[in-house]
Write a protein that binds this ligand. Structure first.
Ligand SMILES: Cc1cc2nc3c(=O)[nH]c(=O)nc-3n(C[C@H](O)[C@H](O)[C@H](O)COP(=O)(O)OP(=O)(O)OC[C@H]3O[C@@H](n4cnc5c(N)ncnc54)[C@H](O)[C@@H]3O)c2cc1C
Length: 212
């Protein structure tokens, strides 16, 4: 199946994340007595402004990403402070694989035809190798970067800010920008004081914060 859009699902997030961050942060100043309803907002914003970012490591989120390519996951897994569980090409048979087709290729009829032909040939070769008894771990060498690869990843809020900063920049690749834009919207709902400084431009799928 051809995929045109990734799906990002928030699987888990630290409960009362912002209050937890405030409590941890206020321990540094022994100002726990100042905790009241809504005080986390300005406390967290100030800490972020001053570069006191380690307090953000007390909260974390876990996402499932489907409908994105192996080219995308290869970029995501470069983020070393995050944790990943990714669909294995050693244990999962990839015959009949789904693949992502980039918009620019889809928009060009001839390029799209070439691309689809390549996917079909790759799939057919993979299937033939498997039928000949070649193991999945070897047959996978003919699989394309476009192949869908499901992944679950967890990261603390500090690392998530780093990922969003790098991957929502104009210089980042479109697919990872698209995933990060969806992630940012989900995170802004859960923890507006931590992620609210990122201003997203829906048209270009870029976002920036002046606080990083
Ligand atoms: C636009 C773009 C183009 C890229 N092009 C290429 C490319 O052509 N080739 C390529 O190989 N990669 C490329 N990358 C990947 C890039 O080099 C990083 O590996 C990736 O973005 C992960 O970023 P990071 O290491 O800052 O963050 P993470 O691994 O997420 O780490 C988070 C932060 O922790 C700190 N940290 C983590 N580990 C260390 C360490 N060992 N020492 C010191 N500090 C550490 C750093 O402050 C880091 O920013 C590209 C990335 C982007 C955004």
């Amino acid at each position: 199946m051809e995929i045109t859009k990734p799906t990002v699902t928030l699987l888990a997030v630290t409960p009362n994340a912002e209050k937890l961050i405030e409590e941890a942060g206020r321990t540094c100043y022994l100002s726990l007595d100042r905790i009241a309803e809504g005080t986390e907002k300005s406390f967290i914003r100030n800490c972020i402004k001053r570069g006191h970012h380690s307090i953000l490591e007390h909260a974390a989120a876990t996402f499932r990403i489907t409908g994105a390519s192996r080219a995308f996951t290869h970029q995501l897994v470069r983020h070393r402070i995050a944790s990943f569980s990714q669909q294995s090409q050693r244990y999962v048979d990839e015959a009949g694989f789904n693949y992502v087709i980039p918009d620019d290729i889809r928009a060009d009829e001839e390029a799209a035809a070439l691309f689809r032909e390549c996917m079909a040939r790759s799939e057919e070769t993979y299937r033939t190798l498997r039928e000949r008894g070649i193991r999945k771990e070897d047959a996978r060498f003919v699989l394309p970067n476009a192949l869908e690869s499901q992944i679950v990843f967890s990261a603390n809020f500090r690392e998530l800010r780093t990922i969003l900063h790098l991957r929502l920049d104009r210089s980042a690749q479109w697919e990872i920008r698209r995933v990060c834009a969806d992630m940012l919207l989900l995170l802004q709902k859960e923890a507006p004081s931590v992620f609210g400084d990122f201003v997203i431009d829906g048209e270009t799928m870029t976002a920036r914060s002046d606080l990083l």
